[in-house]
Design a binder for this molecule. Structure first.
Ligand SMILES: C[S@@+](CC[C@H](N)C(=O)[O-])C[C@H]1O[C@@H](n2cnc3c(N)ncnc32)[C@H](O)[C@@H]1O
Length: 207
């Protein structure tokens, strides 16, 4: 029996084969990849649960890897057409396009959204899910980048970030965004939290 591509039941990854490919890519580009393995299913479900997808509008994913968080969004019930996902690695981007043909994948730089989004550069998003390694950048640059992302969010929408750090990788900016986190997800390699950046002054029920 065939499975409709992009449906919530799609496998979304190839288990051991994806883990080996991810690890081999990390050996060649450790700073770009930032992780030795794809995030665990429990971690991805937590990321999707924390994202403000209940707000009407498109969703932006940055650094999808081989699509584990993309799959979690679909499993949450987000329709694939709402998702735009930007991956820098050309080989990963090709695999993602074949794996989730109804999701809009762009091979490009998630740090330069004006260029990467092109004619869609002024679009506002209902949520941004961020997994690009950022901790090798100075704090001021991280805050500048996140301010830019916050300018691309709809009212009440949030930005969620994958991180293994014990502290928020991006410090809150009063008047722009504040930060909270999920509990640690222990079965991730390594254990990680979802950091949740919320617009100051915007109320949202926790997922
Ligand atoms: C830590 S991995 C996360 C992958 C996946 N989201 C997961 O949870 O398993 C980071 C991903 O960001 C991608 N990446 C790195 N720099 C990027 C950039 N400037 N723009 C877009 N993607 C980038 C890497 O190629 C890699 O796929």
């Amino acid at each position: 029996m065939s499975t409709r591509k992009d449906a919530p039941s799609s496998k979304g990854n190839n288990g051991v084969a994806d883990s080996l490919r991810f690890f081999a890519t990390w050996l060649r580009h450790p700073l770009k990849l930032g992780a030795v393995a794809p995030s665990s299913p429990r971690y991805c479900a937590t990321m999707a649960a924390c994202a403000s997808t209940e707000i009407d509008g498109p969703i932006l994913e940055l650094g999808p890897g081989l699509g584990v968080v993309t799959k979690a969004l679909l499993d949450k019930g987000v329709s694939p057409e709402r998702i735009t996902s930007i991956e820098y690695d050309p080989g990963f981007a090709e695999t993602l396009k074949a794996r989730f043909p109804r999701v809009n994948f762009i091979q490009g730089d998630g740090f330069d959204l004006d260029k990467t989004l092109g004619s869609r550069r002024n679009e506002k998003f209902a949520a941004i899910l961020f997994a690009i390694p950022i901790v090798n950048q100075p704090q001021e640059l991280r805050q500048k980048l996140f301010s830019d992302y916050f300018g691309r969010l709809l009212p009440g929408a949030n930005l969620t970030q994958l991180s293994y750090l014990q502290k928020a990788p991006v410090k809150p900016m009063p008047g722009v965004f504040s930060v909270s986190s999920s509990p640690i997800v222990w079965d991730n390699i390594p254990p990680a939290r979802v950091w949740i950046y919320s617009q100051d002054g915007a109320e949202r029920m926790a997922a």
